[in-house]
Each structure stands twice: as structure tokens, then as C-alpha cells.
Design a protein around this ligand. Structure first.
Ligand code: GRG
Length: 326
């Protein structure tokens, strides 16, 4: 893939709008990711049809996995791998694994006992179509498939130490140092009382880092590990991805408050109704937008030192996230 470095990218810290070349780059990456995801959950085993109840779980897995997400996380994984000198194909199983974890978390998050949502990506949520029991089974099956996929990278010739390190990073991103911690803090957020605004902001940042940024971070780290990046390269990509992940969630909060359900493909304005702790609530919409822009500049600074041409997709990805409309 050849992305021309726009002239305003000469200084890595400059901010530009995502260009059409980047959008077609993203679409082409999304096409390879979608193909790999499609192949990863077949509806039969070696052409033997599955029993009806098992088939239903596989259909529920495919429903969320293949229902048109933006594929930001797997794309980041592939680009990180290429940035450190690896091939896209080397990181594809890990990229799919990260998207499987994301899909699993969306299914669980939408359940009535969690965020209780009925609309996701403009379609009924998983449990609305398949029922709660099947949705929970599908979410768990996606988690275990994520591990299986990553381990299978050894068959592509990736050294087993890299694969084990990737699985360890992935597991950490899901548990009480990652998604689970963020979700638990988020669910309790509305009931918490804080001494002052700083404490409230600290709690909010904890939620967003764990609920969103950690998986974005894992995507970049897994890609860099699979591509054979040095520890220093992995650390720099991790710092970039943490800023991008946090910025992603700040913008998610802003969009929830400023866009319609039709524009978002999910129930808009829900955070306000449920009294959820969000960045616009704590600092106002305009300050939240400014904060996202600051995080974008910080993210781009972490990329200094990498090849200035190869880094363009990551600069554009950060711009895309801060400017996104859904
Ligand atoms: C054990 C996997 C697992 C999770 C348990 C339920 C849970 C803990 C965590 C929920 C985490 C969650 C849903 C965070 C929201 C992150 C977020 C910003 C989602 C929207 O991401 P996009 O915009 O979605 O990338 P698309 O639709 O484009 O894929």
C-alpha cells in the first residue's frame, strides 16, 4: 500500500483531516479483515453440518462479528505490524482476535443486565435477535476463538515466544486490568460520589482507559509483537494507542450527546438519560472536543522516530478518530 505523505505531515505533530486516500486505504484493509473474520466462524465443521443449537450460537457470533463495524482495532494491529517491518498476513490472526474480543464485549455490554441496549450498528442487538442465553454463549465462544486464532499464528511461522507474549497481552486486556475493570467502574459510575472535580475526572479516565483504550492499546501491541518489533518500538506504539484509545472514547461521549440515533446507528443521548459519567458531563462538550484534540497531538508525538512515510496511516487514523461522525 502506498500512501502519499501529505505536505502538512512533514511535522508529525500537525493535524489534518482524514483524506480520501486514507479512507480507501481503510476500506481495503477492512475488506481483508472482513474476509478473514468471515472464514474464522464457518457454519459447518469440515463440511459436516452442525446440530441446530450449536449452529445458532455460530450464527449469533457471526451476527455481531460481521455486522459492519469500522474495524479500527484490527486495522491498527495490521498497521503496527507493518510499521515494525512485518507482513500484514503475519498479524491477521491477532487482528481478527482483537475484533472478536471487541465483538464479545459489545454483545455483553448490550445485555439488559449491563447497558441494556436494543440498537447497535443500526441493527437490533445480539440478544434481541438470538435471546440472552445464546448471546452470552456467543460472547464466550468469541473470546475463546480469539485465543485459538492467536495461538494459530505459529502455523504462519511466527516464533512461539512472540505468540505467547501476544496471548498474555491479550488476556491482560480483557480481565481486571482491562475491559472487565472498565465495565465494572462504568456500571457503578452513576452511584459514586466524589470529593472534587479532579477525583471525578480521575475516575472517568480510569473507566475509559480500561473500557476502551486498553483494547486499542492491545491491538497495536499485538501487531508490533507479531511483526517482530523491538521493546522500544512496542512501547512507543503502546503510548500512541493509549492516547488514541482515550481520544476514541472522549469522542464517543461527545457523539452520544451531539448526534442522532440514525446518525450513530445506536441509541443516542443515552448517557444523559442514564446519568452516566461522561467527558461532556464533567467538562462540557467543547472542552471535551479540545481534550480529544490534545490527545491527538500527544498520540502523534509518540510516533516520532518511526519511518516518516510508513507512519502516515497511523497519523491519519488518529485524525480520522478525532473527526469521526459515528
Ligand atoms: C469479557 C470481553 C469481555 C468483556 C466484559 C462488557 C465488558 C466487559 C466491557 C464492555 C466494553 C465496551 C463495550 C466498551 C465500549 C467501547 C467502544 C467505544 C465501542 C464502540 O467501538 P467502535 O466505535 O464500534 O469501534 P464499531 O461498531 O465500529 O465496531
Amino acid at each position: 500500500m502506498r500512501l502519499i505523505r501529505p505536505s502538512n505531515r512533514r511535522h508529525l505533530t500537525s493535524i489534518a483531516s482524514p483524506d480520501s486516500e486514507f479512507i480507501s486505504y481503510m476500506n481495503s484493509k477492512a475488506r481483508s479483515i472482513n474476509k478473514a473474520l468471515d472464514d474464522s466462524v464457518p457454519l459447518c465443521n469440515n463440511s459436516v453440518p452442525l446440530w441446530e443449537p450449536v449452529l445458532e450460537v455460530r450464527e449469533a457470533m457471526r451476527y455481531t462479528l460481521l455486522s459492519g463495524g469500522k474495524r479500527v482495532r484490527p486495522m491498527l494491529c495490521l498497521v503496527a505490524c507493518e510499521l515494525v517491518g512485518g507482513q500484514e498476513s503475519t498479524a491477521m490472526p491477532a487482528a481478527c482476535a482483537v475484533e472478536m474480543i471487541h465483538a464479545s464485549s459489545l454483545i455483553l455490554d448490550d445485555l439488559p443486565c449491563m447497558d441494556d441496549d436494543s440498537l447497535r450498528r443500526g441493527k437490533p442487538t445480539n440478544h434481541k435477535v438470538f435471546g440472552e442465553k445464546t448471546a452470552i454463549l456467543a460472547a464466550n465462544a468469541l473470546m475463546s476463538l480469539a485465543v485459538e486464532q492467536t495461538l494459530a499464528s505459529t502455523s504462519l511461522g511466527v516464533p512461539s515466544e512472540r505468540v505467547l507474549r501476544a496471548v498474555q497481552e491479550m488476556a491482560r486486556a480483557v480481565g481486571t486490568e482491562g475491559l472487565v475493570a472498565g465495565q465494572a467502574a462504568d456500571l457503578a459510575g452513576g452511584r459514586m460520589s466524589f470529593e472534587n472535580e479532579d477525583e471525578e475526572l480521575g475516575y472517568l479516565e480510569f473507566i475509559h482507559i480500561h473500557k476502551t483504550a486498553v483494547l486499542v492499546e492491545a491491538a497495536a501491541v499485538l501487531g508490533a509483537i507479531m511483526g517482530g518489533g523491538s521493546d522500544e518500538e512496542i512501547e512507543r506504539l503502546k503510548s500512541y494507542a493509549r492516547c488514541v484509545g482515550l481520544m476514541f472514547q472522549v469522542m464517543d461521549d461527545v457523539l452520544d450527546e451531539t448526534k442522532s440515533s440514525e446518525e450513530l446507528g445506536k441509541t443516542a443521548g443515552k448517557d444523559l438519560i442514564t446519568g452516566k459519567l461522561t467527558y461532556p458531563k464533567v467538562m462540557g462538550v467543547e472542552n471535551a472536543r479540545e481534550y480529544a484534540k490534545r490527545l491527538n497531538r500527544e498520540a502523534q508525538e509518540h510516533l516520532q522516530g518511526f519511518d516518516s512515510d510508513k507512519v502516515v496511516p497511523l497519523l491519519s487514523l488518529a485524525d480520522y478518530i478525532v473527526d469521526r461522525q459515528n
